[in-house]
Design a protein around this ligand. Structure first.
Ligand code: SF4
Length: 696
């Protein structure tokens, strides 16, 4: 691509790119290159959603590109597992070794004993789900169920609305009531904020609902702080009041939904007094919010992602997703839900993944259960290939994951950008490119823009893209299908090919010319129902869920660890642990960079003064956080942002930067959520004790 901004007088060339990190915003970037090096990364002001500004993380991107932790050449382990001693080898030796170990594992235990492990460390469509899927399908490896983030909510939302589609974020300013529910956009979705502000200027009343008081809570007109894990009860209680007062939209319910009569019966279980007891939100506030929600138009809910990572996370998303249907909010421009638009880009995944290459019907491994699977799977996991992920930092029940990665009989290959904690356990380590060093196609899971990021600079050292690595591995394994000879351009064209109306007129050439294309999701996508559900309507009652043996109606189950379901556990571990996203990290990415670590300061545990005083803990004290799964040490931050009974940590600090080398995932469980096999990072009880005086 020719640079689209340049100055003949200046040696700096500016080229377009796209942020690949696991973040809803998927920013359009302008990359300044001088002498083949990236010197600055800025936002592209022409992009209608990301509007030319970036988060603190990517504003400092040259530091990441040139980090001293960057892997630049293939290496093999020469020390003990985890010791971090490696020797440089050639790509040829690396690929030949991996192929030999895969063959040996397949010969002894069958190809299912090989486990690919990846997530969204790189959100590029090609890097995330193209040549890698083809390779592991052809190999006959175990399939990976990529559940760590959004599958509970997706299963719930799909059962209700048919697909992961919500309103176009550019319509947010039309809302006159704007509820931010279970999200902290200042850390995780900053491009929501100008739209939120515009809605405010247009007269919107803003409500923030969060278990943790954030700066968004402070800035909103009203803040609700439910007890952790009770948001579904809150939604059901609000619906009870709306129906009790006859404020539901009878006409919309009749035309566009199924199951209102059954829902009405369920709602009787959530009178305001009971809802108040469960959620900790007073009856007067419940009455006020229900009336305001039902009588303000357009009413919009920004549905957060983290809410679903609980034992009742699927039903939590489902209960909230039903609210707009009850009041007919989908009829209005700017009303409904602003959440996932992952389905906005109907790419041709079959052409990318090539399931036809699959050997037999391999088993599926749920990635949340890695801690268990590494020890208990039959046939055993004999070989593992990690890419786009750092499981030792992010997977739950870290002690067991660690013990699994220490297994002497496990062969581990890691394709990575940085020397992560997982990478230190690799037998073979492969250096990976970053966003500006390869081309890729990007789709946001929040806004409906399909974007192209072209290669801007040559990779440093011997770094290779995921696509190149899996082509090399395919050749080393003797896979000679034409699918393994497709170029990156071929892959992009295949992803865009098909009969989907929304992709009509979208081509690689057009993306090259324009940088991005807005996909048509319509101003009011569910005004007349939900065309992709079995009934073609919004399903308040889901026969599909019933068929799976699930509750067909939105409901509330108390958390799997808590007073109602594990009274003996809460007697020993009385605090509910909440893991919030850290502002200066994106999952475990950026958490090794000096500038981000300086900004993040130190890993803290937020405690209410009541809980701190009861344990003799002062602000700044080093505390030991523990449960039956493990322990870690964090610095107490005592204040009113958390309720009594709640302990709040910021997730995905690398263990190396935590006191005594353990992060918060030592305490989290691999238990699955109620729907979609999702993770339950927020359903864990802990106890805290003082471990030392204030540390600087
Ligand atoms: S991490 Fe998110 S906000 Fe930051 S540049 Fe990337 S897409 Fe934009």
């Amino acid at each position: 691509m020719a640079p689209y901004l340049s100055s003949a007088a200046a040696p700096t060339v500016v080229q377009r790119s796209v942020c690949p990190h696991d973040c809803p915003d998927t920013c359009a970037l302008l990359v300044q290159v001088r002498d083949g090096q990236v010197v600055k990364v800025e936002g592209d002001p022409r992009h209608p959603v990301t509007q030319g500004f970036l988060c603190a993380k990517v504003n400092h991107y040259p530091e990441r590109l040139t980090s001293r932790d960057r892997l630049l050449e293939p290496q093999k382990r020469v020390g003990a597992k985890g010791e971090g001693r490696f020797a440089r080898i050639s790509w040829d030796e690396a690929v030949t070794t991996i192929a030999a170990r895969f063959r040996a594992a397949a010969a002894e235990f069958g190809p299912e004993s090989i486990l690919p492990y990846s997530y969204a460390g790189n959100e590029g469509v090609l890097a995330n789900m193209s040549m890698d899927r083809r390779f592991f399908h052809r190999l006959g490896a175990s399939l990976l169920d990529r559940t760590i983030c959004t599958t509970a909510g997706r299963a719930a939302y799909n059962a209700t609305m048919g697909e992961a589609l919500s309103i176009d974020p550019e319509l947010i300013p039309h809302a006159r009531l704007l509820i931010t529910w279970g999200a902290n956009p200042l850390s995780t979705n900053i491009h929501y904020l100008p739209f939120w502000q515009k809605a405010r200027e247009n007269g919107a009343f803003t409500i923030d609902i969060n278990v943790h008081r954030t700066r968004m809570s402070d800035a909103s007109h009203l803040f609700l702080q439910p007890n952790p894990g009770t948001d579904a009860a809150l939604a059901l209680g609000l619906m009870h009041l709306i129906v009790r007062d006859g404020l539901h939209d009878v006409e919309f319910l009749r035309q566009a939904t199924v199951g209102f009569e059954a829902l009405e019966v369920r709602l009787k279980e959530y009178p305001p007094e009971r809802t108040a007891r469960i959620t900790g939100i007073g009856v007067a506030v419940l009455e006020q919010v229900a009336r305001r929600y039902a009588t303000t138009r357009p009413a919009l809910i920004r549905l957060g992602t983290g809410l679903q990572r609980q034992s009742n996370g699927g039903q939590t998303h489902r209960a909230i997703a039903v609210l707009p249907a009850l009041v007919g909010a989908w009829r209005d421009l700017g009303g409904g839900i602003c959440g996932s638009n992952a389905a906005a880009a109907p790419l041709n995944l079959a052409a990318l993944h090539r399931p036809d290459l699959m050997q037999g019907r391999p088993r599926t491994i749920n990635m949340v259960e890695l801690a268990r699977v590494l020890h208990e799977a039959q046939p055993p996991i004999a070989a593992m290939f990690v890419y786009n992920s750092n499981p030792l930092a992010v997977a739950p029940n870290q002690n067991r994951v660690l013990a699994g990665l220490r297994r002497q009989d496990l062969f581990l290959a890691v394709h990575e950008q940085m020397m992560t904690e997982t990478a230190r356990y690799a037998d073979i380590l492969l250096p990976a490119t970053m966003m500006v060093e390869h081309a890729d196609l990007y789709k946001s899971y929040w806004h409906p823009y399909l974007m192209l990021g072209e290669k801007v600079v040559e990779p440093p050292g011997e770094c290779k893209s995921n696509m190149e690595v899996f082509r090399l591995l395919a050749r080393a394994m003797g896979f000679d299908e034409p699918a393994f000879r497709d170029s990156d351009e071929d892959l992009i064209r295949q992803a865009l090919a098909g009969t989907q109306p929304r992709l009509r007129g979208v081509s690689l050439e057009r993306l090259r010319q324009e940088g991005w294309v807005k996909l048509e999701i319509g101003p009011t996508p569910f005004a007349a129902g939900a065309p992709r559900t079995p009934s073609g309507k919004i399903e308040l009652y889901s026969a599909a869920l019933e068929g799976q043996g699930r509750d067909p109606l939105p409901g509330y189950e108390p958390p799997a660890e808590g007073a109602e379901r594990t009274p003996e556990l809460i007697a020993r571990y009385p605090l509910r642990l909440v893991n919030s996203s850290a502002k200066h990290f994106c999952n475990s990415s950026f958490a090794n960079l000096p500038t981000m670590l300086r900004k993040a300061q130190r890993p803290v545990l937020q405690l209410n003064p009541v809980d701190a005083a009861a344990r003799g803990i002062a602000d700044g004290d080093l505390v030991r956080v523990f449960n039956d799964r493990g322990e870690c040490r964090l610095y107490a931050q005592v204040g009113e942002r958390t309720k009594p009974g709640v302990a709040m940590a910021f997730k995905t600090w690398w263990s190396a930067h935590c006191p005594e080398g353990a992060n918060i995932n030592r305490l989290t469980s691999e238990r699955l959520a109620d729907l979609g096999g999702g993770a339950t990072y927020y359903t864990n009880l802990v106890e805290v004790e003082r471990a030392g005086a204030e540390a600087s």
